[in-house]
Design a protein around this ligand. Structure first.
Ligand SMILES: NC(=O)c1ccc[n+]([C@@H]2O[C@H](COP(=O)([O-])OP(=O)(O)OC[C@H]3O[C@@H](n4cnc5c(N)ncnc54)[C@H](O)[C@@H]3O)[C@@H](O)[C@H]2O)c1
Ligand SMILES: [Fe+2]
Length: 381
């Protein structure tokens, strides 16, 4: 038996943030990315709370790739005020911090379960609608995905006014994260018709609006569409899970501190090649792995389908390279880090072990060996 549900109420479209004026709490805690506060963006939230006479406390001890100690600090802040509602405002890092904070606070004080409202300020992770959070342990150089229905935000508010300030490089990184979520959910061994429909729509929007969104911060239409695409892909992978791109990207983040979406962009073309078994020297085959038909569907949606399966999968791979190039993203790991090849290679074995153990890898359409993963890491240097 399979099940599909969307557990988060989604508010979107013009002035979606007005939802905040309808809240009925006396006090809330806002867990916000520090940029959101220093830039004044948080006022879009606080002015609505003020208007609704809701007191708020700010917690801003949030950093990219949230580490365990910041989660512990958040738990202390939330338990101190015993707030009935938590509002997370920021990118995946702020929302993941809030999700983990609520989970652990509920474990410390049994029965405590504040309402969680997620307000993304990047269009990428889809964290506002997923029951995952990724927490890092810098001491071990590892990232841990946490999962559970108790992590799912009750509400998500998608208002593009909060993403206008996202600089081009972060638009590129987060946009490629969306693209990867949609494609990996689509070919996941756990995919289903519902997740597939959402992944297709998400990829279609990325094809139309990612470069537009990258090129012009003030293109509100493109920004709104990408905000929705991120959320659609989030719902898709929350149901279908992901694959080896994410299993390997989590390691690039933990070991080399490459931003998450940039890691995905570096890996996605190689993983399409690996999963499909189609390389530049492939000849027509009588039978292809089932993910090939799905990659071909994605290529068709992106308008790059070609004569046959081989040329279509090659066209999809070229299209991903094209997107990265247009958005001035690094094409290889060597362009994304400041370290020697020898230093990078010294991480590969541990990264391959981490990727094999990562929960996302379990639903990859092709079961990888440690040697194959190591080879892929070598090839993307
Ligand atoms: N929970 C999930 O389902 C899920 C899925 C994928 C990734 N993740 C995790 O999410 C994290 C990445 O999240 P992210 O890509 O959204 O980045 P992020 O939250 O780490 O933010 C990246 C940078 O963008 C800045 N920023 C955020 N909003 C901004 C705005 N409106 N204007 C200008 N700058 C802004 C932040 O200050 C930060 O410096 C990683 O830890 C990743 O592992 C979680
Ligand atoms: Fe991701």
């Amino acid at each position: 038996m399979k099940e599909f549900h969307i557990g988060t109420q989604i508010y979107f479209g013009e002035s979606a943030l007005d939802r905040l004026s309808e809240l009925q709490f006396e006090s809330v805690i806002i867990l916000a990315d520090p940029f959101v506060v220093t830039s004044g963006l948080v006022e879009h939230v606080t002015k609505r709370l003020d208007a609704a006479h809701i007191r708020y406390t700010l917690f801003t001890d949030i950093v990219p790739d949230p580490p365990v100690d910041k989660v512990i600090a958040g738990v202390a802040a939330v338990l101190k005020g015993h707030y009935p509602c938590m509002i997370a405002v920021g990118g995946g890092s702020a929302i993941d911090t809030a999700k983990a904070v609520r989970k652990f606070a509920g474990q410390i004080e049994e029965g405590y379960s504040p309402r969680l409202i997620a307000i993304p300020t990047t269009s990428g992770t889809g964290s506002e609608v997923t029951s995952f959070a990724v927490i890092s342990n810098p001491a071990e150089g590892r990232k841990y995905p946490l999962r559970g229905d108790d992590m799912l935000p009750e509400e998500a508010i998608l208002d593009e006014v909060l993403v206008k300030s996202v600089p081009a490089a972060i638009t590129a990184d987060t946009g490629m994260d969306v693209m990867t979520h949609a494609i990996e959910a689509y070919v996941s061994t756990n995919n289903n018709e519902f997740s597939g429909a959402l992944a297709e729509k998400s990829v279609e929007i990325c094809g139309q609006f990612l470069i537009r969104s990258y090129s012009d911060n003030n293109d509100s239409h493109a920004r709104r569409k990408m905000h929705i695409a991120a959320c659609l892909a989030g719902i898709a992978f929350n149901s279908a899970s992901l694959g080896l791109v994410h299993g390997m990207a989590h390691q690039l983040g933990a070991h080399l501190h490459i931003p998450h979406g940039r890691s995905c962009a570096l890996l996605l073309p190689s993983l399409i090649e690996y999963n499909s078994g189609i390389t530049t020297s492939s000849r027509s085959q009588a039978e292809y792995p089932s993910c090939v038909r799905k990659y071909c569907n994605m290529a068709r949606i992106l308008g790059v389908s070609n004569f046959n399966e081989i040329t279509t999968v090659r066209a999809l791979i070229s299209y991903i390279h094209f997107l990265s190039q247009e958005m001035h993203m690094p094409a290889r790991v060597s362009e994304a880090v400041s370290m020697t090849q020898e230093e990078y290679f010294s991480h590969i074995e541990a990264m391959a072990e981490g990727a094999l153990a990562d929960g996302c890898t379990a639903t990859n359409p092709r079961v990888p060996t440690k040697d194959e993963i190591m080879e892929i890491y070598k090839n993307i240097w």
